[in-house]
Design a protein around this ligand. Structure first.
Ligand SMILES: Nc1ncnc2c1ncn2[C@@H]1O[C@H](COP(=O)(O)OP(=O)(O)OP(=O)(O)O)[C@@H](O)[C@H]1O
Ligand SMILES: [Mg+2]
Length: 281
């Protein structure tokens, strides 16, 4: 997550989810963004292929139309990788929640606990759930944060992006404190920063990365995700680096990109394993 648009959230989510599935983990990827870019990357057209109650909203809603998350999960074309598509319907949760807070009765699940509650129904089926958040700090994002055991904050190392992330962190901290007071949990097994779209030859970017490392120390992942035309070109046809045909790229460009994304994913995989009390395999 990060509320800075274009910081690489969706690209990171898609590559991480596919990587983990290819490594044999049972993975559920969730598109929580009404813009639904992750859904498009999964080859599903958000406004044509996704009907009413077929996004996570269906399992979160406050009325009688709510249905089990197991009915919403879809298979993908990668074995062991399931997903829940998104589309504009997800916005309903932002509209419904203020009303639900006003009219709530004892025993109602508050907004921040609703994603965790839905996921609890299917948690035995998956090893990892990866959630792609929208670029704003709304009720959906807060509910995802409350459900999360780990958080990756994607950050493009540029002045304005980092200032906006600073804002994001302050607001998130305040809101999590409120949620903690209301009975939610606000602690994570890991919370790390991932440098995205990094250009090693760019002086100001290097200074910004050095600055971030001096402030956040080891919370900044060792490996940055390099900026690569292989990633953006693959994205144009709604594909990831794992899906495109290597022949269609300059070989060195492709290999550099796949090495970078694999390093990043392996580092996140190690964080997950550490949280499980296991040595990475
Ligand atoms: N490593 C990379 N190299 C080159 N292009 C990249 C890389 N990562 C992401 N991009 C491109 O940058 C754009 C934004 O990336 P992405 O959609 O992942 O960001 P986002 O944070 O999910 O955006 P939003 O806030 O709109 O949800 C996309 O066009 C994507 O293809
Ligand atoms: Mg996105």
């Amino acid at each position: 997550m990060n509320f800075k648009g274009g910081s690489g959230k969706t690209t990171t989510t898609a590559h991480l989810a596919q990587y983990l599935a290819l490594r044999g983990y049972r993975v559920l990827a969730i598109d929580l963004d009404p813009q639904a870019s992750l859904t498009a990357l999964f080859g599903v057209q958000p406004e044509l292929d996704v009907g009413p109650n077929e996004t996570l909203y269906g399992a979160l809603r406050y009325d009688d139309e709510r249905r089990p998350i197991s009915e919403i999960v879809q298979a993908s074309y990668i074995p062991d990788l399931h997903f829940i598509p998104g589309n504009l319907e997800l916005m309903e949760f932002e509209h419904d929640t203020p009303r639900a807070l006003l009219t709530r009765k004892a025993g109602d699940t508050l907004f921040f606990a609703r994603i965790a509650q839905a996921l609890a129904e299917v948690q035995d089926l998956y090893d990892v759930v990866v959630i792609d958040c929208p670029p704003q700090l709304g009720y959906l994002t807060l509910s995802a944060l409350s459900a999360a055991t780990g958080v990756i904050i994607t950050v493009h190392p540029q002045m304005l992006d980092v200032m906006s992330m600073n804002q994001f962190l302050i607001m998130t901290g305040d809101l999590l404190e409120e949620i903690g007071r209301a009975g939610g949990s606000g602690s994570f097994d890991f919370m790390n920063y991932l440098i995205t779209r990094f250009e090693p030859g760019d002086g100001p970017q290097n200074q910004m990365v050095a600055f971030l490392r001096s402030i956040f120390g080891s919370a900044v992942l060792n490996h940055p995700m390099l900026k690569s035309t292989a990633v953006s070109d693959a994205g144009i046809t709604n594909q990831t680096l794992f899906e495109v045909d290597r022949q269609q790229f300059n070989r060195a460009t492709y290999d550099r990109a796949i090495e970078s994304v694999t390093n990043v994913n392996a580092e996140i995989e190690a964080l997950i394993n550490k949280a499980w009390g296991r040595a990475a395999t």
